[in-house]
Design a protein around this ligand. Sequence first.
Ligand code: ADP
Ligand code: 5GP
Length: 197
Amino acid sequence: MSGLRPVVLSGPSGAGKSTLLKRLIKDHEGVFGFSVSHTTRNPRPGEKDGKDYHFTTREAMQEDIDEGKFIENIMFSGNMYGTSKAAVEDVLAKNLICILDMDIQGVKKIKETDLNPIYIYIQPPSIEILEKRLRERQTETEESLQKRLEAARTDMELSKEPGMFDVLIINDNIERAYDELKDILNDEIKKVQEAKS
Ligand code: ADP
Ligand code: 5GP
């Protein structure tokens, strides 16, 4: 099926991107496919290699980058993250809507490609609430938490650049944010569902 636009979800760490995208994928079986990124950070409890991320080493990832296997890659909070060409191609080959979760530096690089995604920015209601949610998630050390908050401030400033995102969703209430996300993607979802019926 041609013409299915990928979806980029961006926003600071802790904004709620994975919560929203996991629910979207689960509620729409056979519609969305997640572009599994590579990272050199350690897996969090419950994260599965090949599903949440391809967990890898700096050396192996750098080698693949040098061989041209990545669409984009960045350093975030002391770790490498990146989207391989295969991650996106795997989803597109299944005629699914490809969802990418990436920081704003990645968004800028994707804009230089011909992927033509819908760019959605997930924003926390405030830095204070973001900090509270990150602490409650209990996945970060104090050091990595501070790095994420610092990155969040820059990220939220850069996100205001005109034309950077198609839509901004403020994730104050998860139900409301999810409904907004579904509404935005309704036309794309229908395209897949109609093609399958
Ligand atoms: P991201 O993927 O953007 O880093 P997560 O989806 O992991 O963010 O969300 C960060 C934390 O905040 C998680 O523990 C999640 O359960 C929680 N969370 C997400 N959205 C909300 C919300 N609207 N209200 C309260 N907690 C939320
Ligand atoms: P986390 O460690 O919380 O999973 O992710 C940290 C940050 O890296 C988040 O902002 C997330 O969106 C971003 N990220 C995850 N995968 C990629 C990727 O492939 N490319 C880019 N540019 N950022 C990514």
